[in-house]
Design a protein around this ligand. Sequence first.
Ligand code: DAH
Length: 338
Amino acid sequence: MKARIGQLMAEVAAAEFSGADEVEEFRVAYLGRKGKMKDLMAAFKEVPGDQKRELGPMLNALKQAVEDKVKAASGETSSSVKASGLDATRPSGGVPLGTHHPLQVVRREIVDIFQNMGFAVAEGPEIEDDWHVFSGLNFPPEHPARDMQDTFFVERNPDVLLRTHTSSVQVREMEKRKPPMRLIMPGRVFRNEAISARAHCMFHQIEGLYIDKDVSFADLKQTLLHFARCFFGPDTKIRLRPSYFPFTEPSAEVDVYWGLKTEVDKRITKGTGWLEILGCGMVDPNVLEANGIDPNVYSGFAFGMGIERISMLRYQIGDLRHFFENDRRFLDQFAGER
Ligand code: DAH
């Protein structure tokens, strides 16, 4: 019997088929009701017990070999696959992967740079009240930013509005924490602007806030210089121009030197070579006081930048609307950006 099993094993291994019919014939010859396995099983019943232990596994192996052979052969010659003319062995075309949105790429990179300097990430709500967006930031009651022209009010209630800047998160965090605090706050903001290549009713900002004892303007400048060099390259130059924001005193706007090498450089820098990238300043003592922080003990700096603006510089994008239209031809250009 051992010899018979060995012989059938060899036959199975050598079997070849030229069509589905032959595979079926083979299957019946071995596994059918009057097949070879049936005969072997009948003979197996008659052998003495001690031989059964050796022969049992051999029979199982033979049966398995037949089944494997049938399975492999029918995979190759499945008649429906053949009839459809489909080549089942052809490699697939691959699954198209999505891409990271350029605003997310830039946001993550900016946040990373500040996290490396010890800033923690904080976020706040997009629907806000007057206190967190304006009053808590030292905006006087008649400030034009409170006007309907700039701010979206919700349900005609002047105390429910969409935040116009991420500076509101500064106020939220000062309520929650005690100094020292070092925070980076990305988020979406809303302004009642007509949509054009340069303006949109919704965009993204990143806010920074650092409050501790003895924080100086020199700390602010060095922090922003470090950021600019990480983001735009190690030789980047910056300059600070005096400016005004209600919540900082003194205030400044920061420009990076973009150069005047090409006609485009001349146009976007208005012939100066310098480009504004953010607003900043020393936190106004009124703001510290309004938020329960003693301005005689603590000082701080804050800054805010627009992610769209910085992305447009980085990728030379000429129209803000591209960011919001989800056109694959635009988005696919950022494949591979992380
Ligand atoms: N909130 C200002 C804006 O939306 C940007 C800004 C300026 C934020 C100066 C700051 C800052 O934190 O110190 O235009």
